[in-house]
Design a binder for this molecule. Structure first.
Ligand code: SF4
Length: 202
């Protein structure tokens, strides 16, 4: 196996966030090349570029770790007091961050600590919408969650579509909705909506 083909089998840290949001959404993003780039991602990238040019303090650094099975680019690594702290920036128009953002940040902290050989127990989530940043203490539970999700993503198969989300509110803003068709599924294949948030929504 070549190094590049192995890299392709690593899980991207952003996929952790997608999986926590909805495994089915990640499935469509992974196996169906039909989903346009979500507006949030395009807008987020343009904001990243703006930040990167400001004062030269942003360093977008790529990390990978084969044992973790993860790779990804950290927006910014702060080095105040000699302590390295990853910063993940989010649009978050709701004014808050989500559990999926915490898991993504934990993934970055784990990648960074593999690279430097020291524990990285704190990361920041910066919210553009409020210009606030939130310190997140990375716990053993975060680390177990990251490892478990990496395992589940690695085990994904094209013939095994994950169930509908248990929170239909998430579907409102989901870029995969036109392929996933949750309402149509609940009507036409109600057995597939059992024990999801979509039963009875058809
Ligand atoms: S539409 Fe809903 S169930 Fe379907 S992928 Fe998106 S969030 Fe998941």
């Amino acid at each position: 196996m070549t190094a590049s083909s192995f890299k392709d089998e690593l899980v991207h840290v952003s996929a952790l966030n997608e999986y926590v949001y909805c495994p089915r959404r990640l499935y469509y993003q992974r196996y169906h090349d039909e989903i346009g780039t979500p507006y949030e991602l395009v807008d987020g990238r343009s904001k990243h570029r703006g930040q990167a040019e400001r004062g030269g303090w942003t360093t977008e650094r790529y990390f990978r770790d084969d044992d973790l099975g993860l790779h990804g680019k950290i927006d910014l690594v702060e080095s105040g007091d000699g302590t390295l702290t990853p910063v993940e920036r989010k649009r978050a128009e709701s004014g808050d961050y989500y559990p999926s953002d915490e898991v993504q940040l934990a993934g970055y902290c784990m990648l960074l600590e593999c690279a430097i050989g020291e524990s990285v127990n704190v990361g920041y989530i910066y919210l553009y919408s409020s210009d606030q940043r939130h310190a997140i203490h990375i716990t053993d539970k975060h680390r177990r969650t990251v490892r478990e999700i990496v395992r589940r993503i690695s085990d994904m198969e094209v013939d095994n579509v994950p169930p509908l989300t248990d929170n239909p509110d998430k579907c409102e803003a989901c870029s995969a909705r036109t392929y996933c068709m949750p309402a149509e599924t609940a009507i036409l294949e109600p057995e597939k909506a059992n024990e999801t948030g979509w039963e009875g929504h058809g």
